[in-house]
Design a protein around this ligand. Structure first.
Ligand code: ZN
Length: 244
């Protein structure tokens, strides 16, 4: 099976549509959370996601904030303003959809979580120390996460006596054969933060364990216009250009 792996869409329908149009034929869609927040199109993104074939989706911290499950005061000012605006426009049906999302999903060889397997909503996996601890918090060969908006992988090699962990930023347009065991992040669809403004996603083949890292251009200017038109913080528009 070929799986479309997406994460951190952040209410950017233009980026999501570009990814869907760019992706090859797929059997399922696995989404790693943060459907909303920052961007101007929360309802459009949720409606589009719901229409995709065989969707599995976990809850992100921005989704959880909208549901009142985490304290919005832990967000920075701009993220908080965006969350308040999203609350004012989201439909009750789409809020119900977010309500139905679990924090973790277990597939045959993969655990799905937004932040980390240890703390799915909040924890950022950006360093070897945190990653090492997290390898003890899932049982599958692989764990797919989002949250940092950075396409990167952690590899844990364990020969029974010693454990060796390494990490790597994943360049666009390369194929990786996933090794037992790995934590891997596809990057962000709607707000990349690795200095590459193109929408990031991956295709995972469950038979070959090949992870195809992909990027696609989208019309950033049109998203910026909607951010300004809705009175959302300028920062959320500016950062899309340079990917930070
Ligand atoms: Zn995010």
């Amino acid at each position: 099976m070929r799986i479309l792996i997406i994460s951190d869409i952040h209410a950017n329908i233009t980026a999501l549509e570009a990814v869907i149009n760019d992706a090859p034929a797929i059997d399922e869609v696995w989404c790693l959370g943060d459907l909303v927040g920052y961007g101007p199109d929360p309802n459009e993104c949720i409606n589009h996601l719901k229409s995709l074939p065989k969707l599995s989706c976990v809850l992100g911290n921005h989704d959880a904030a909208l549901l009142g499950r985490i304290d919005i005061n832990t967000f920075n000012r701009d993220a908080r303003l965006s969350s308040e605006w999203t609350s004012s426009v989201i439909t009750s049906e789409n809020l119900g959809f977010l309500q139905s999302l679990p924090e973790k999903i277990l597939k045959d060889s993969v655990t799905l979580a937004h932040g980390s397997p240890r703390n799915p909503i909040w924890e950022y996996l950006m360093d070897l120390y945190t990653a090492t601890i997290n390898f003890n918090h899932f049982d599958t060969p692989f764990c797919f996460v989002g949250h940092t908006h950075l396409p990167l992988s952690f590899l844990m090699k364990d020969d029974g006596t010693t454990q060796k962990i390494s990490w790597e930023l994943i360049n666009a347009d390369i194929n990786i054969i996933l090794e037992n065991r790995m934590i891997i992040n596809p990057g962000s669809v709607g707000q990349p933060r690795d200095q590459d403004s193109r929408a990031a996603y991956a295709i995972f083949n469950t038979e070959t364990n090949i992870w195809e890292a992909r990027r696609v251009d989208y019309d950033i200017a049109s998203v910026q216009q909607r951010i300004f038109a809705n009175g959302l913080p300028e920062r959320h528009a500016l950062r899309l250009i340079d990917g930070w």
